[in-house]
Write a protein of this length. Structure first.
Length: 336
């Protein structure tokens, strides 16, 4: 079993690297894989060149592709965290209102400051998502067997509440701000730049390290609160820590990429078909599959229509809704 898991992880890692490399050949300017290889090898193993093709690959496509990979990895891990600590297979950052809270924070920041880029947007998104988490914990309470169910219902209610506040801000904003906000809320990697990649990379790598160090506690949470408490785990504090971790990942990615849904729902389910979610291999697989999935969604969004780009949020919502309905049908057959 261990050899099989390691082999699966190696294959997934190779596919992820090849996907990032292949994605660099897609775009408005057709590029052959040989040209991509020459450009990449030239930059890495020589002084590099400043040709038009090199600028396209290194200044436009590579930062965008890496941001797409980071976004997919982060959202997949956020969904895995929520599904584990709540023991709900349909949990994701959108269901708990985390994304809506982060979006509300960013929209408030853009509306009142007029700034639509920079580290401050990530901070505003984190404040909004943290507010959501605080409200969820206060509503759900500290004890009781129905805490998780209450938290789920409260998350759905808070999601609608923050969406309503966001719409209200849009209603009273000036047309230029509305255009910028609407473009951002649809989700896009078009504004990816090298200097903006360090923050999501740092956050996601740090969260992966934290998850790997707490993998035994995560496995225990799948057994239920009482069983986890019997094993010596402070259930309430650990759940709050994991919720804040998911909130941090979602906030940083929402600030950079806008609203991208269903990734945290789909990817953990797909990975569970191959490996156990509580192992190191399962955590790494979730990050790699999520990143690879988002890279190809970005490619499809760029090439599906000529001379324009399909918003990432539209693509993931279309794919995710089909997956969600298929999952419901599959679960329905299990109970028949």
């Amino acid at each position: 079993m261990l050899v099989k898991n390691n082999l699966t992880l190696i294959v997934t890692l190779l596919l992820s690297v090849l996907s990032i490399f292949a994605a660099l050949s897609f775009g408005a300017a057709p590029t052959k894989l040989v040209d991509v290889y020459n450009s990449v090898s030239g930059q890495w193993f020589s002084s590099g060149s400043d040709s038009f093709l090199d600028r396209i690959i290194w200044q436009l496509r590579l930062p965008r592709t890496l941001l797409a990979f980071l976004a997919g990895s982060g959202l997949a891990l956020a969904g895995l965290i929520l599904q584990t600590v709540t023991r709900n297979p349909l949990a994701d950052p959108y269901l708990f209102g985390i994304s809506s809270g982060a979006s509300f924070g960013v929209v408030c920041f853009i509306t009142f400051t007029g700034i639509s880029a920079g580290f401050s947007m990530s901070l505003a998104a984190f404040v909004g998502s943290t507010l959501t988490m605080i409200l969820l914990v206060l509503i759900a309470g500290r004890k009781g067997s129905g805490q998780v169910e209450t938290m789920l219902l409260a998350g759905v209610a808070l999601s609608f509440l923050f969406s309503a506040f966001t719409s209200l801000l849009l209603y009273f904003s000036d047309p230029q701000a509305i255009t910028a906000i609407l473009f951002w809320t649809l989700g896009s990697f078009a504004r990816a730049q090298w200097h903006s990649l360090w923050l999501p990379a740092l956050i996601i790598l740090s969260c992966i390290a934290v998850l790997m160090s707490f993998r035994r506690q995560l496995n225990a949470m799948l057994l239920g609160d009482e069983s986890a408490a019997t094993l010596g785990i402070p259930v309430q504090r650990f759940r709050l820590l994991m919720l804040m971790l998911s909130s941090l990942i979602t906030a940083v990615l929402v600030a950079l990429c806008g609203g991208i849904g269903f990734v945290g729902l789909m990817i953990p389910h797909i990975v569970r078909f191959f490996v156990s979610q509580g192992t190191l291999t399962g955590l790494a697989m979730t990050a790699l599959v999520g990143g690879t999935f988002m890279v190809w969604v970005d490619v499809i969004s760029r090439i599906v229509m000529s001379n324009q780009e399909l918003p990432i949020g539209v693509s993931t919502s279309a794919i995710g809704s089909v997956f969600f309905l298929s999952l419901l049908c599959f679960r329905k057959r299990e109970y028949q």
